[in-house]
Design a protein around this ligand. Structure first.
Ligand code: 6GU
Length: 232
């Protein structure tokens, strides 16, 4: 999979060289490129923002650098079989879930455009739709200063679903949200720690009883912490 990220703060993404995603990049499973939006400006001050038409607080990202960036990053797909999926992180977008991550992990080429300030000139989204499928995606109902932290989260959630990135594929199955429920609690040695015992069923060797207990724990936790997940 190819992922391009465009940002005015590319060093935010230095952390993506670490751990599993770093290994996936080294091995060639994941071709991740982080680019500075200012490289597509042509004025002395490398300007990426301007005041909003109609007035109002803050600054808006100018369309020209975004147009050139998208042209360059999407153009290399003209020979490929699939057009890119172009994702703009936005608190006004659809909410990102495990299902979104699974869907996006099947794509050949993702382009993430990180907005800052009060947002990006609306015409950029319209133009991007001529080059690929455009998705506005939010992490949840709260506001961040820009898209960078949201894109870090999305790239990690998507990247670990690419075959070969997570060493043991079974660890992808038994985790929160994969079956629509929260994960069951985990324990390791010692069996007693500071007077707290590991639930005895886990020491019983009875695999049927353990599976049943874990399922009950998943349901109980989900009922208590995330009843919204049980609605359908
Ligand atoms: Cl994707 N962007 C910003 N700026 N704020 C957010 C968000 C995204 N998701 C939740 N809050």
């Amino acid at each position: 999979m190819r992922i391009d990220v465009v940002s005015i703060f590319p060093s935010y993404f230095d952390g993506l060289t670490l751990s599993l995603l770093g290994k996936a990049r080294d091995s060639g499973i994941l071709n991740l490129d982080v680019r500075d939006l200012r490289d597509w400006t042509h004025d002395r001050h490398r300007t990426v923002d301007d005041t909003p038409y109609g007035g109002g607080a803050g600054m808006v990202m100018k369309p020209e650098p975004w147009g050139l960036a998208l042209d360059e990053l999407a153009a290399s797909d003209s020979r490929a079989s699939e057009r890119p999926t172009i994702i703009f992180p936005s608190p006004a977008g659809e909410v990102f879930t495990q299902a979104t991550a699974r869907d996006l992990a099947t794509r050949e080429h993702l382009i993430f455009g990180c907005g800052r300030y009060e947002g990006i000139d609306e015409r950029v989204f319209e133009y991007a739709a001529d080059l690929g499928e455009v998705r506005l995606i939010s992490l949840g109902d709260y506001v961040l200063n820009g898209g960078e932290v949201a894109v870090m989260a999305m790239v990690e959630a998507i990247g670990r679903l690419i075959p070969g990135v997570v060493g043991n594929p079974e660890s992808l199955v038994e985790e929160s949200h994969e079956d629509g429920l929260l994960e069951y609690p985990s324990y390791t040695k010692p069996s007693v720690w500071r007077d707290r015992e590991v639930p005895p069923v886990l020491l019983s060797g009875n695999h049927g009883a353990i599976a049943h207990w874990r399922r009950e724990q998943q349901l109980e936790r989900t009922r208590r912490r995330r009843p919204d997940l049980l609605e359908d």
